[in-house]
Design a protein. Structure first.
Length: 308
């Protein structure tokens, strides 16, 4: 596995400090002062790197993002929905000498909102006239739920992603979704704008709290020849030596790690010490850069030990 990383990558994921390089001393010379040659550019050295694992809620951002968008689109469209009793008919009636469309309730029934709501005749629920928004909402939840719970690594995940995207796009271009839903039982998927926001806002707040607060309690730190890690929230920190440790990235689930996680991945650390245990950190963001920095640190540590 290649360990070469750019300076920008190191600064992006690791704690760094300014250091300087010494010009090579001639044979037999005894260094007296550790003074860099004038004009020598400073070099960045890695102090430590802290890697956080995340829960699968990390991959649920499309649900709250799509819900916010659909809610705003529904509000912008401005269509209203009425709650009517069964048997209500739509017909044309004359009002002030003009013909108008009206909803006529069955005899003895009233057009109103839910009983006891105190809003008789209310028609202020904003809803879209197109059920495509409802199809998008349901499809997003189904795809994210499957992708975040069923792990498909390697070629299987690639095939699954291509198949799902192809089916969704093809059916949309051919206009088959409305026909399929209607034939499945006269399904007409709609949600009012407040419903989209009611899903988006709590899920967004939970996502922020988990990703930026809760998940940061699960981590691995590489520094000074040691690996310090916490596997579960509330556990004490465990310290092992880096000598003989092997760090590798598991094979990707394309849909989960690349489509939803923007380059996330799972890291496995095998310790060759007395415990011989395995540390697994799942759903690490920016995993390739962090893995490159970790391998560089392990390599530099190994060189230092051999020279000593």
């Amino acid at each position: 596995m290649s360990t070469g990383v750019s300076a920008a990558a190191v600064e992006d994921v690791a704690g760094v400090q300014e250091a300087v390089t010494q010009p090579p001393a001639p044979p037999g010379a005894v260094p007296v002062y550790n003074v860099p040659r004038p004009g020598t550019p400073p070099r960045k050295t890695i102090n430590s790197i802290k890697v956080y694992g995340h829960s699968n809620l990390l991959y649920w951002w499309p649900v709250w993002a799509v819900s916010f968008v659909l809610g705003l689109v529904t509000y912008a469209e401005g269509q209203q929905m009425a709650v009517v009793p069964p048997g209500t008919a739509s017909m044309t009636v004359a009002v002030d000498g003009q013909e108008r469309d009206a909803l006529v309730a069955p005899a003895g029934r009233e057009i109103q909102s839910a009983p006891g709501s105190g809003r008789p005749g209310a028609m202020d629920m904003t809803v879209s006239s197109n059920n495509t928004l409802g199809v998008i909402f349901v499809a997003t939840i189904v795809f994210v739920a499957l992708a975040s719970t069923i792990l498909l690594r390697g070629l299987v995940s690639v095939i699954a992603v291509i198949s799902m995207i192809t089916v969704v796009i093809l059916f949309s271009l051919l206009g088959w979704w409305n026909t399929i839903l209607w034939d499945l039982g006269r399904l007409d998927i709609r949600m009012n704008a407040a419903g989209y926001i009611a899903v988006a806002l709590p899920l967004f707040l939970a996502w922020v709290a988990v990703i930026f607060l809760y998940d940061r309690q699960i981590y691995v730190i590489f520094d000074s020849g040691q690996i310090r890690y916490v596997r579960e929230v509330g556990d004490s920190e465990v310290v092992v030596q880096t000598e003989g440790a092997v760090v590798e990235k598991k094979r990707n689930d394309v849909f989960r790690h690349w489509v939803l996680g923007f380059g996330s991945g799972d890291i496995q650390i095998r310790n060759a010490g007395t415990s011989g245990g395995t540390i697994e950190i799942e759903n690490v963001l920016n995993v390739r850069r962090k893995l490159g920095v970790i391998n560089m640190m392990l390599k530099e540590k190994a060189i230092t030990v051999d020279a000593t």
